[in-house]
Design a protein around this ligand. Sequence first.
Ligand code: NAI
Length: 453
Amino acid sequence: MVDTFFSVIDPPHTMCRMSEQRTITSVAVIGCGTMGAGIAAASAAAGCRVLMLDLTPEAVERGLSLVEPDDRHLIDTGTIDADLAKIAEYDWVCEAIVEDLDVKRDLFRRVETVRRTGSVVSSNTSGIPLRSITEGMPQSLRADIAITHFFNPVKVMKLFELVPGAETTDAVVDAFASFGANELSKGVVHAKDTVNFIGNRIGCYFMLAGLHRAKPYLADGMSQETIDAVLGPLVGLPPTGLYGLIDLIGLDVMDLVGKNLAVNLPDGDAGHAFTSFPDAEQRMLERGQLGRKARDKGGFGRVLKSDDGSKSKETFDLVKELWRAPSAPDLDGVPTELGDVVFHDSPQGRLAWDLFADTLLYAASLVPEIADDIANVDNAIRWGFNWKKGPFEMLDHLGPARVRERLEAEGRVAPSMLAVLAREGGETFYRETADGRAMLMPDGSVQPVPATH
Ligand code: NAI
């Protein structure tokens, strides 16, 4: 399905690389699976010429099914081996192939010999550091490459994490940021080249630490339905809560995420304690009880269809390791105002503190390690995980002083940004000023929240 209409090759750019403004109007996507096809479809929907390459014509054909019929005339296709030279006709070369460092590096070496001067390059990797991809690569590639991390499904998810390398030029970052925001209508978050970037660093901590921290509550008889209900809209999270969210993502994916974190988290990071599953979840993984994708095998829950077409739900009891009928969550006496459960004197309240507030505190320990400012963290979590408030917005809602007092009472040290706030003497991370919204920075200064936030 090759469209020859757009066969004119733009003349190579000859201006100085460093100062040259880059504009993206055409996109070559390499790897047409879930993510590549989504990026191709979104770019075509924005009116861009798009090239879709994969190992085989069949793989490309599958990816094309995500492209709206009205946009097909914008698409050219081919295989990586036969048609890589075509990328010289495109402004942005976007890699979305299998998550394997050596395979990606081989591809980028080939890309670098063919792409045109002035083009920009990116990887959609979800966890490989950019510095590992570009190590030993030509300077020209290191100046022109960034990670453009979209979330699945690309069409729906607003978050677009943009991660430059140490040598990526400002012009390249600007081109990606402007294309992401203006053409693809994404929420651009500026992240640093650290493991899992922002959204997944915090979101996966919530899930992996949550599985462990939930254990004493389960042992005391709290149901998984209650745990999911406490960790849902009561604290501004989607109704999937903890177990429902992992069922959606898949235990196999979470297992790989944990293994990657074990290798790449910095020494001393709190996440190290939670990179492998608790025993019952490990046995689920080994049985192929991976979540929604495993159909009848299910995950933490499953939907069974009987012969007459009726459906029934079941919950996998993690203590007995047996299927049982679902039970109603127990929220008796639990306050329903957003976040109030965190300070409620009840098992549900203690769970909210141990699992949810703990994630807020983890986030508050990661600035400036993973992002230059708190607004990028809040945007990543709101747009990537659909939280009502980002971690710092939620800390403001709960009252940072109250959170600090509880930490002190428990003999715990306040994470870095809470400590900065205490030193600076402010009451909240965000403030309304005469010039608009401002935020506390890691150095204790207060800066305007940029308009894109
Ligand atoms: P996928 O498995 O759906 O698609 C990968 C594509 O790469 C396939 O079409 C396959 O034919 C091709 N491929 C496989 N081996 C190849 C090779 N040796 N050379 C060239 N192409 C090859 O994978 P998906 O989910 O689209 O992931 C692509 C990238 O995006 C990965 O780096 C992944 O970590 C990342 N990512 C995935 C997300 C997700 O939720 N699926 C979310 C964000 C990032």
